[in-house]
Design a protein around this ligand. Sequence first.
Ligand code: NAP
Length: 219
Amino acid sequence: MTMDGKVTTRAFTPVDFTSREDKQHLFQQRASADAVIIGHSTLKRDNVRLGVPEDLRQARIKRGQTPAPLRVIVSNAGKIDNQLRIFKADPEKTGPILIFSTKRMPRQLRSALREKATVHLSKTRDVDLTEMLQILKRDHKVRRVVCEGGPTLFRSMLEHGLIDELNLTIAPYLFGGADATTLTGLSKEFLSASVHCVMTNMRIAGDECFLTYRISRNR
Ligand SMILES: NC(=O)c1ccc[n+]([C@@H]2O[C@H](COP(=O)([O-])OP(=O)(O)OC[C@H]3O[C@@H](n4cnc5c(N)ncnc54)[C@H](OP(=O)(O)O)[C@@H]3O)[C@@H](O)[C@H]2O)c1
């Protein structure tokens, strides 16, 4: 995020205001996970594959992990375009895809998406994120999850007490803009309780600061 807490540009373009070092940091986080989770808007806007570079894939194999983490898409409405790049990535090199959505997903999309992903549809209006993590643990042996945002999904997970660590890079920019998306999204509402974090690591590289926090408790 920028020094004033913004995580995307005016036009919601993919994040290009951080360094190569930060991108590498992101890849390392991703490669450490059993599953990577992404919100539907970020998937749509950034059109990411959620892949892992070859050297990190090899390191995973050496550690006895699968070559790449599971890729998990979260969407309440379920209107997911099956032509996004994530669905076109080489299945040998990227992890299987899981979609957690609701019965609101249009019927004609379900079969198309089932050709490319395992689709979980809940009867509830919104995806139950706690249940999603339980399914990942029970059915897919997932222990470590990396959530790559975006801010709406991050905020939901935070409010449900599902985040235990935050990796934050402060980039040397100020964007301003009362309507610009911050780390916890666009909502004007305060969090129901403030979240206390304990800094467990800080590294400076160039003009950026790489921070790791343990989420301590809600107040
Ligand atoms: N700087 C960074 O590190 C960073 C990281 C990630 C993203 N971003 C930026 O953030 C922007 C997108 O932000 P955003 O807040 O709109 O994106 P988001 O959190 O990725 O996506 C929001 C969408 O995800 C689904 N979703 C979110 N919470 C959910 C929940 N609890 N249960 C079920 N589904 C849920 C919903 O999809 P449906 O509408 O399909 O129901 C919701 O509309 C992009 O411009 C992206 O580039 C920046």
